[in-house]
Design a protein. Structure first.
Length: 73
């Protein structure tokens, strides 16, 4: 789900830079997008969560490549 990816990526970035306050605000926004996506029947919960985990895994792989393996941007 593109909606899930676009909703979770700012949360990942906010958690990285702003720690707890970023996580709290980000989770509130993510929850609103999740609820809207379900109530408008654009996605099932499973589709939305799969899109979320896909984005988180991509962020983890990117962090591994940049920060651990020191690959240039």
């Amino acid at each position: 789900s593109g909606h899930a990816c676009s909703a979770i990526w700012p949360v990942v970035i906010a958690c990285y830079y702003y720690k707890l306050i970023g996580a709290v605000i980000g989770i509130a926004i993510y929850s609103a997008v999740f609820w809207c996506s379900l109530t408008t029947k654009r996605h099932t919960a499973g589709e939305f969560l799969l899109g979320t985990f896909t984005c988180i895994i991509a962020a983890g792989i990117s962090a591994l490549l940049i920060f651990v393996l020191k690959l240039p941007l």
